[in-house]
Design a binder for this molecule. Structure first.
Ligand code: TRP
Length: 362
């Protein structure tokens, strides 16, 4: 059996550089590697509604934003199936059966759910749908028989829970579901790209994001305002590289060839860092370098986005085609699940005959 990818994002806003280095960039590489039999990229609108039930318009508006972000980073609808979660009703039915395989205390221990409950002040009134979204996520993944889930570190507890559910299901009903594996970014900076203010994570509410769809001017401003080393006041002062957002971003984006092109006086990032540590290297110079690198990466993405923005009806058409194709695959898995659980009464001739014999007293 070939390898299959499923991954996705909640449509609660435009996608930013955290999404990009955490998962999007990798998805495009994997897509173009030819190593995967099938690739499914899901816009998780139903999951987004678990904590935005009172704001469906936000989710609705952001579906197209996320789709445009996907297409502009290079997800190619002829190679990857992009679809909308809510259009695949089979996922709900799977989740309904999986709910029997998970305990409340296990869900309460899920670290991602725990932090999200805190972040949203849900402590005293957790929506049941939100609380159980790891189960729904296990349906998303197993419905497509995904072997591989490229995602950020925050998704690790979700994948672990999906694996447990698959294992439990297979243990009870026989080998039916595939246990997925997470594929994390291989570089520490990409694993947890901080916000431009140096805070833990990019988040819309903190206003510390650089969006893939930001203009060159917005990106430049964001980088110029970026948090660096607060004690590096004068150029000649020694500076700290650890926890210095500009250097973390360089760790995530810089390639050897960037030096030749934009900063030929340094052979590589280690030498640039060494100079900064010694003193004598100003923040502005490093920031300008980062801006050049980001621009090189983001300009083509922005260009492609502009083109797709002119073809919105076609984007919806692609999403519809993707959703139809995804639905067929999920229906196939659901049929396997029903068969394994022996709730496929009407296709089970043997059952009907057996019952008939029983009631005839044979
Ligand atoms: N939880 C993911 C997020 O917050 C979105 C998501 C839903 C997902 N289902 C998934 C990711 C399945 C990977 C696999 O962005």
């Amino acid at each position: 059996m070939g390898k299959i990818i499923l991954t996705g994002d909640r449509p609660t806003g435009r996608l930013h550089l955290g999404h990009y280095v955490g998962s999007l960039r990798r998805r495009v590489e994997l897509q173009n590697s030819g190593l995967f039999e099938k690739i499914f990229i899901m816009i998780a609108d139903a999951q987004a509604l678990t904590d935005n039930a009172d704001n469906p318009e936000k989710v609705r508006q952001n579906i197209i934003e996320v789709a445009l972000d996907y297409l502009s980073v290079g997800i190619d609808p002829s190679k990857s199936t992009i679809f909308i979660q809510s259009q695949v009703a089979e996922l709900c039915e799977l989740a309904f059966y999986y709910m029997n395989l998970v305990t409340v205390s296990r869900l309460q221990r899920n670290p991602t759910v725990k932090t999200e409950i805190q972040m949203r002040n849900f402590e005293t009134s957790i929506p049941v749908g939100f609380f159980t979204y790891p189960i729904s996520q296990a349906s998303d993944i197993t419905a497509f028989r995904a072997t591989t889930v490229p995602a950020g570190e925050d998704q690790q507890p979700m994948i672990e829970q999906a694996r447990e559910i698959a294992r439990r299901f297979n243990g009870i009903y026989g080998e039916t579901l595939v246990e997925p594996e997470i594929l994390l970014p291989d570089n520490a900076a990409c694993l947890r790209l901080p916000g431009t203010d140096g805070k833990a994570k990019m988040s819309k509410s903190l206003g510390n994001c650089i969006y893939l769809s930001d203009s060159a001017e917005e990106v430049r401003k964001r980088v110029m305002d970026m948090y660096t080393d607060p004690n590096h006041l004068r150029v000649q002062d020694p500076g700290q590289v650890e926890g210095n957002t500009v250097f973390t971003y360089l760790d995530a984006f810089c390639k050897p060839e960037h030096f030749e092109k934009y900063l030929p006086e340094y052979p590589n990032l280690d030498e640039l860092k060494a100079h900064y540590r010694r003193g004598g290297l100003g923040d502005v110079k490093v920031k300008r370098f980062l801006i050049a690198i980001l621009e090189e990466e983001l300009a083509p993405i922005r260009e492609r986005r502009k083109e797709w923005e002119q073809k919105i009806p076609e984007v919806y058409r692609l999403l519809k085609e993707g959703s139809d194709a995804a639905r067929a695959v999920a229906a196939d898995t659901l049929a396997d699940v029903r068969r394994a659980m022996k709730i496929n009464y009407f296709e089970d001739e043997e059952l009907i005959n057996e019952q008939a014999r029983k009631f005839r007293g044979e």
